[in-house]
Design a protein around this ligand. Structure first.
Ligand code: ARG
Length: 658
């Protein structure tokens, strides 16, 4: 058990004398903000005192009297209005750090009750190239799978690819009418992507042409109503003013959408070739939908085509996963569940959960305006139906106790409805968790797009990261000098390439993971590859610096790790470093309890800070005596192992030299 958890448990025990619900108050034991006052601080006496109508300082005294932490801490101190400050005993820190140092998993012990957890992540819609939006799900999901597994859980990672959606109808239609065979033979995925874009553009064109008059009429009506309101609004009446504001907003949003339709029309009309194709395929949207329906109904030609496209699509994805070093246990896409969908709907109907509405079959959930549509009026099953079948399958086949969906925040409505429908449908206490995340933004603080407005392709982004990292690695190495100040680069070209890959990919991943996943973040090359600051590069340097010390001191690591020397904590900087190292498990527990890898990057960044202070205060190779030197070597060795392990749990590698 980690120290924080141990202290909280002790507090919960005592606090049960003062409240029926001790847990939330016990959780107010936190790492101290200001380490001058101790290592941990409990703030529970203030809110609890207020609630119970007793003086918080007196309550703190009573808590401390009953609290039994003498085996872990120096006698607790009460400060200010009733803060309880706790300082771990030096011998306890020493014992723990020595334990971590001799432990294969750096002092992190597996959970007592492992859970079976499915992580549904990455899950791109195939047949379109992966773009920057897929980065987040891939790296957050991967980090969670690594961390949960490290803690001893039974994890099944499942890439729920979108291999059955309407995009297939579009590329089948595209393939039947517009394929460039040569281009397809040379680069199937590239050609399929072109076909997808083409069919999309042509469908959008026709719907824009149809919508423009409708939108114009709507604007006219809205504008007329607005004019009337304007004439009759009393400027001192708040309610009326609010209504006026709303009407104005409606008019401008209608104008915005008209502009978008006009742009879509203009785009095709400006290109003679496209216009010709559009005129030749006036009903393209409906026909593409029909191709999807035929595929789903088992049409032989369409199924063959699908079967021919899929291996190319999967190979293209695999290339990216290899580069990212992301692995899945399963890749059960939407198509896998096709045969189970009819039964899902029948069951929902039989149980009275799904009802017919305008020809479609829907589950209505109280408090939600939009229903969960499980079968459309034309008979087609939906994304919702597939997700329902998938939950049932994961319970049955994997004995899943939890499913984590690492998916864009824009799908939160879908997952809310999924959770509620499962509660009605299945007798299960499965925990379905939407691990949602925000958007990657460009410098203009809008969703990150290329200059032409397309999504940024993931492959080119990763290549660019490695290219930029290569420049940085080379220029750093070129700047190295020997004792006389002469240039003394250390790395050959192959090593530079290897490091560039690790630094470039690591930089992108870390930049993504160190943000609170729910926030949007701005993609910034300079920041993510910087040598200092909260970056992968900084952490990788911290690791390489430790290896550099071993190299310089000609330290044999196997010997060091085998030796009977113990870590001794004489200097405050040694103690601070040791304590931080003992708290690695605490950071990992926090990561998995909130599904937030940024709590791990934060821990590592703080560890690097404590390590820098340690170097400033304590000489390692030139320590006063052999015992101290060996103790410090063990301490930095453990630091290196924790950094390496921590980065590995983020999916980031280290280099011995940089
Ligand atoms: N393919 C979906 C998309 O790209 C994401 C799927 C997420 N997983 C799930 N079980 N719904 O939007």
């Amino acid at each position: 058990m980690n120290i924080l958890h141990e202290l909280q448990t002790r507090f919960a025990h005592v606090l049960s004398d003062f409240t029926e619900e001790p847990q939330p108050f016990a959780e107010m034991v936190k790492p101290a903000q200001d380490t001058r006052f101790g290592d941990f601080q409990a703030n529970c006496a203030m809110p609890l005192g207020k609630r119970n109508g007793v003086n918080p300082r007196e309550l703190a005294t009573s808590i401390v009297e009953k609290l039994d932490v003498s085996d872990l801490c120096d006698p607790p101190e009460i400060a200010g209005p009733g803060f309880i400050n706790l300082r771990l005993r030096d011998d306890v820190v020493e014992e723990r750090v020595n334990d971590a140092s001799s432990h294969g998993l750096v002092g992190v012990y597996p959970v007592e009750t492992p859970k079976t957890i499915v992580i549904d992540f990455s899950s791109p819609n195939v047949a379109k190239p992966m773009h920057v939006g897929h980065l987040r799900s891939s790296v957050i999901g991967d980090s969670l799978q690594r961390t949960l597994r490290f803690l001893g859980h039974n994890v099944i990672s499942d890439n729920h690819i979108g291999d059955w959606g309407t995009q297939f109808g579009m590329i089948i239609y595209g393939y039947k009418h517009f394929v460039d065979k040569n281009a397809y033979d040379q680069n199937a995925v590239g050609e399929l992507a072109r076909l997808y874009r083409l069919v999309n553009t042509l469908s959008d064109y026709h719907s824009a042409v149809a919508m423009i008059p409708v939108e114009e009429a709507r604007i006219e009506t809205l504008a007329a109503a607005l004019k009337k309101t304007e004439a009759n609004t009393d400027p001192n009446d708040k309610k009326q003013k609010k209504a006026l504001k709303k009407q104005r907003a409606d008019v401008s949003s209608a104008k915005e959408s008209l502009k978008k339709f006009e742009a879509k029309r203009a785009f095709v009309e400006q290109h003679e070739e496209l216009k010709k194709l559009a005129d030749g395929h006036p009903d393209i949207a409906r026909l593409a939908r029909k191709e999807t329906a035929k595929l789903h109904a088992g049409d032989v030609e369409n199924q063959l085509m699908w079967g021919q496209f899929m291996p190319h699509c999967i190979a293209a994805l695999q290339g990216i996963y290899d580069l990212l070093d992301v692995q899945f246990d399963k890749m059960l896409g939407e198509s896998f569940y096709n045969s189970m969908l009819a039964k899902v709907v029948t069951e929902l109907e039989e149980k009275g959960i799904a009802k017919e509405s305008d020809g479609a079959k829907c589950v209505f959930i109280e408090g939600n305006t939009a229903p969960f549509i499980v079968q459309k009026a034309d008979g087609a099953y939906t994304y919702a139906t597939t997700d329902l079948a998938t939950v049932q399958y994961r319970i049955k086949e994997f004995k899943a106790e939890s499913v984590l969906y690492v998916v864009d925040a824009r799908q939160s409505e879908h997952f809310k409805l999924l959770v509620e429908t499962i509660k009605l449908w299945l007798d299960t206490d499965i925990n379905l968790q939407h691990v949602s995340f925000g958007t990657v933004m460009g410098e203009d603080r809008r969703p990150f797009k290329t200059r032409s407005g397309d999504n940024v392709g993931l492959e080119s982004l990763l290549d660019e990261a490695v290219r930029k990292a290569r420049e940085i690695v080379a220029s750093n190495d070129d700047e190295k000098t020997d004792a006389e100040g002469n240039p003394a680069p250390e790395l050959d070209e192959t090593t530079r390439d290897e490091i560039a890959l690790i630094v470039g990919i690591g930089g992108i991943k870390y930049a993504d993971l160190h943000h609170n996943r729910e926030s949007d973040y701005v993609f910034d090359w300079d920041k993510m590859l910087a040598k200092t600051g909260d970056t992968a590069t900084y952490m990788q340097y911290a690791y390489a610096r430790i290896q550099g010390i071993f190299l310089k001191g000609e330290i044999d690591l196997t010997e060091l790790r085998k030796s009977n020397f113990q870590v001794h904590l004489d200097d405050p900087a040694e103690r601070a470093l040791a304590l931080k190292l003992c708290r690695f498990g605490e950071a990992l527990d926090a990561v998995v309890s909130e599904y937030r890898p940024n709590l791990l990057t934060q821990y590592l960044f703080e560890l690097a800070g404590v390590l820098t202070t340690f170097y400033g205060e304590c000489n390692v190779l030139k320590a006063d005596n052999e015992t101290t030197k060996q103790s410090r070597l063990k301490l930095i060795d453990l630091s290196g192992r924790v950094i390496k392990q921590g980065l590995e749990l983020l999916g980031i590698e280290v280099c011995e030299k940089m």
